[in-house]
Ligand binder design. Structure first.
Ligand code: ADP
Ligand code: NA
Length: 332
């Protein structure tokens, strides 16, 4: 049996969004506070699968670290570091590139979404990204990964790679990881289009709520969110074909720590003219303390670098021996 260990990561490819917070970060904090061993990584190697301005990448990495800490990640309890500082990740990724099959990789829907019609002109790294993600997780023999719904398929791939590695080499070396996809907002949608996910990696979408937004900006974005003209239904069923309404209800539920059913019980029949201000107030109450703490932390970038450096040493101490054992298994 493998000891329970949590691993997850976020790309420093832009400012952290409400989607990252509700789908990932908030849950990372909960796992840490449950006393489980937690390893959290700013996956800068993933970020460069699409072009990143070097100065911005450095800034965004520090800002993401500040976001983690401001949201409640305690670097003395969780390991918090950036991926590029622990070379075990890319070393294991190469081995996994030789285990994963082309057919598996070409079925990844996120690649198809991100590459779009232009798949001849995206980086090889973008295609191989899920193999690096499998390595991120397996370099720690992590057993559980809290993520948003969009990462479900990548975690299935991680399992397939681990199973094939174990079979190919006749070992029981890697655990078969379990995704943890829970809470009311596992897939926060864009506020301007309820059929697209809110993503920090989509620069064209100005409607997304960033953890660096001030109270006014958050309220404005929520007031401007696309909705239909109907009041909120009195049963959850009534949200079925109303993606924008469902999204706002889910966001409310996740922020309040309630279920969507409870929100419908409280707001069923309400017009958006009254629901949106309630949601805006809640969002400001929950996010403002994080925003304030983030900007305080960002005033001392050297301290953030020190925290990440210390985290990478602790990460290295776990990952290095695991990857050395992998070399041995493979015959190197
Ligand atoms: P992004 O797509 O915003 O660039 P990442 O790929 O870095 O985000 O994902 C970081 C974490 O945040 C993952 O666990 C992912 O599932 C989660 N996540 C990203 N966007 C959303 C969203 N809109 N709703 C819920 N979770 C999300
Ligand atoms: Na993503």
């Amino acid at each position: 049996a493998f000891a329970k260990r949590i691993f997850s990561g976020i790309q420093p490819s832009g400012g952290l969004t409400l989607g990252n917070y509700l789908g990932a970060l908030k849950r990372f904090v909960e796992k840490q506070d449950e006393g489980i061993e937690t390893v959290y990584c700013l996956v800068d190697m993933h970020a460069i699968t699409v072009w990143q301005d070097p100065a911005k990448l450095r800034q965004q990495t520090r800002e993401a670290a500040a976001g983690f800490i401001a949201a409640g990640i305690d670097p003395s309890r969780s390991i918090l570091f950036n991926q590029s500082q622990v070379t075990a990740h890319v070393e294991l990724a190469w081995i996994f590139n030789c285990v994963a099959r082309m057919g598996w990789m070409s079925r990844m829907t996120q690649f198809k979404d991100k590459a779009g019609k232009n798949s001849e002109n995206v980086s090889l790294g973008l295609f191989a990204y899920p193999s690096l993600m499998a390595a991120d997780i397996m370099a720690y023999k992590a057993t559980h990964v809290p993520v948003g719904e969009d990462q479900k398929q990548h975690l299935e791939l991680t399992r397939d790679i681990a199973i094939k590695f174990n079979n190919d080499y006749g070992v029981n070396f890697f655990p078969i990881v379990e995704p943890i996809i829970e809470g009311a907002a596992t897939r926060v949608m864009s506020l301007r289009d309820g059929t697209k996910k809110m993503s920090k990696s989509d620069p064209s979408d100005q409607s997304r709520i960033n953890l660096t937004d001030d109270a006014d900006t958050i309220s404005k974005k929520i007031r401007k969110a696309k909705t239909d003209p109907e009041p909120l239904p009195s049963e959850l069923e009534g949200l079925k074909d109303r993606p924008e309404a469902r999204n706002l209800v889910n966001i409310y539920a996740a922020l309040a720590g309630h279920t969507a059913e409870q929100v419908i019980r409280d707001f069923g029949g309400a017009q958006f003219g009254s629901f949106k201000p309630a949601l805006a107030d809640l969002a400001v109450a929950k996010l403002s303390p994080i925003t304030t703490e983030m900007s305080r932390l960002m005033q001392d970038p050297a301290e953030i670098d020190r925290i990440l450096g210390a985290g990478s040493e602790r990460a290295e101490a776990i990952a290095r021996p695991i990857v050395d054992q992998v070399y041995d298994i493979v015959g190197m």
